[in-house]
Ligand binder design. Structure first.
Ligand code: GDP
Length: 227
């Protein structure tokens, strides 16, 4: 019974804060700070799923993006430890990895989409697994869509965002590798997205230079409601 009340209270919080616009754009003042990320004190690799974990018992935030976008690096930077596997040769298995943070919420690492070398059958399976998770997960509070800041968002990125908007999901865009891109290009990419989708919440990050992470971590806390 105690357990049930606890879960219920998460739901209530979600509803009451669901529409709160806590998004910020760009770097914050403390560009290289990671103070907020250090609040993620305990991180435990929880599980790998080859089907949708729609019934996780605690709130979740998910990270998603195409292979090689810098997702593992960003998760490691956010969690201040090398816990997500960094690969230069994206694996063939489609697994959803979950990390239990502060025993309070899950950070969910969703497999990269739009990886050209995957067979059509695998891409379809990915789509089915991810969409099932995103659509039916009981306590998924926010989805971070990672986009390489150096390149114009790809068709697969656009389709994914379109899908999230259609299902009215709480999401934001995280531009990665900003240490390698020009401001003008980033501005163009933001414009490209906003032309299609209207105002979006976005973050500019560099895992390498630890930029934009403080704001991102603060945002995760706000979304999960752990202050
Ligand atoms: P994933 O496939 O999306 O998990 O991407 P990884 O985290 O494995 O990163 C893919 C490649 O991009 C690796 O060679 C990383 O070293 C590189 N990378 C990731 N983040 C950054 C960043 O912030 N800056 C730069 N310059 N390179 C990055």
């Amino acid at each position: 019974n105690k357990k049930r009340t606890y879960y219920k209270s998460w739901r209530v919080m979600r509803i009451s804060n669901g529409e709160k616009n806590t998004g910020h754009t760009g770097y914050d003042k403390k560009q290289s700070g990671v103070d907020n990320c250090l609040k993620f004190k305990s991180v435990i690799f929880d599980n790998s799923y080859d089907s949708s974990p729609t019934r996780l018992p605690l709130p979740q935030v998910a990270f998603c993006g195409r292979s090689n976008v810098g997702k593992s690096s960003l998760i490691n930077a956010v969690l201040s430890r090398k816990i997500a596997y960094i690969s230069k040769n994206p694996g063939k298995t489609i697994l959803i990895n979950t990390f239990l943070v502060n025993e309070n919420f899950y950070l969910v690492d969703l497999p990269g989409y739009g990886y050209a070398k995957r067979s059509k059958e695998m891409r379809n399976r990915w789509k089915q697994t991810i969409e099932e998770y995103l659509q039916f997960s009981n306590m998924l509070f926010h989805i971070f869509v990672l986009i390489d800041s150096r390149h114009t968002p790809l068709k697969s990125d656009m389709e994914f965002i379109k899908w999230l908007k259609f299902y009215n999901k709480s999401f934001s865009v995280v531009f990665t590798k900003t240490d390698k891109s020009k401001q003008k290009i980033i501005a163009e990419n933001i414009k490209y997205l906003e032309k299609e989708f209207g105002k979006i919440t976005y973050f500019l990050t560099s895992s390498k230079q630890k930029k934009g992470l403080n704001r991102l971590c603060e945002f995760i806390f706000e979304k999960i409601n752990i202050v």
